[in-house]
Design a binder for this molecule. Sequence first.
Ligand code: PFF
Length: 451
Amino acid sequence: MKRGSWSSKIGFVFAAAGSAVGLANIWRFPYVVGANGGAIFVVVYLLCLLAIGFPVFISEVLIGRTTQRSPSEAFKRLGNSNFWAVLGSITIITGFIVSAFYSAVAAWILGYLVEAISGRLTAFDSANQAAVHYDSLIQSPLWGIGFHLLFLVGCWGVLVSGVRRGIERGNKVIMPILYLVLITIVLKGLSLPNSFNGLSYLFSPDWSEVTPLMFLIALGQSFFTLSIGQGTMVTYGSYLHEDDNIVTSCFPVLIMDTLVSLFSAIAVFTIVFSVGMEPDAGPGLLFQTLPLVFSKITGGYFVAIAFFLLVFLAALTSQISAMEPTIAFLIDRFHWPRKRAVALCSVGVFLLGLPCALSSNVMKDITFFDMNPLELMLFTTSSILIPLGGFFAIILVGWKWGVPKAVRELHRGMSKGLRENGLFNFYLWFCFKYLAPALIVLVFLNALGVV
Ligand code: PFF
């Protein structure tokens, strides 16, 4: 079975940006910033991106481009053993689990988009009304499952058309729309009274508030937002041509992803502060605080639709990328036609997503370690499996394969200026070999309470 490939480097940039930009940027980033002291968290987050996120991101794309294989086979080839194949397979399973709960959560966004269009999201007079409305929706199993199914049908439609005609083309259409909608909302936010308060909350750090926990949360955020540690970037890298420049392909993705996080936070904070509310409501910021704000501002009906459309599009392009490693694995390993691989993956994701879709209602009292199914999947992936997956990738590149060979391979397709730039080569060597692995271990030990 012939593997897919991007039509050009730009195809990769759009697809990888589509994967990176998702719920973690537009929904999670603003509320995590809101709950962790504002600007200071932004600074810590940017440091984590540069010191750990970006090197792991480059490593994964490099592993994919070099081997032209999906993660398990790719890890096996570079690691020269079945042990590494198992580690690669773990990253595929991680992506699969992520796609299951991601779809169940994206379903709520799709449901809220429908609510926004119906006008019901802009009819609130009090926080209590918005909360009651939210509860009535998520307590309905049919609502959650119906939108979970609908969302997956959309993903299936894109994925089944192939890497170039489906994923690449889909992202090339959706991503510009997403940016346009986001910029429109940011401008609206900035035009509101008191918008300056939102900006200063976001951009004037209070250094005394730094805590170790902040690094832990920032690391998790940077991994999740760059879609690393879960097979996606290895797979997307494997669709690059052998001499596509990796660094100039990955850097724009990092910038686009970071800009969307910052713009989303600007949009949310300026809008929320404009009516004198607080941005520290946690996950409820999106489903309860914002609808109440939309009910109060002029043009709120259209802002609400634009906002949920934005989040929906971002979730769609991320979801397809979370499913793609499993699909690529089925094609590479069993030589299945793409159609069959996409169908099996979609059904599997639907079934595994069901307990998540039911976590707020029918299955809410079924807990493991005090977590409902959705919380359990979120915790095991984002706190354990994803950092582990990123760790495997960077160890494979920095220690098993070895920095000299890896950097020589990375230099392929790169301009002479960058290839010979001492500072840049030092950054790569230091991050691949020491900084990123050491920081990931440290963050892990911290999570386990050892440090
Ligand atoms: N990067 C996505 C986000 O920011 O929401 C999440 C994600 C997508 C994670 C794809 C994993 C993945 F494979």
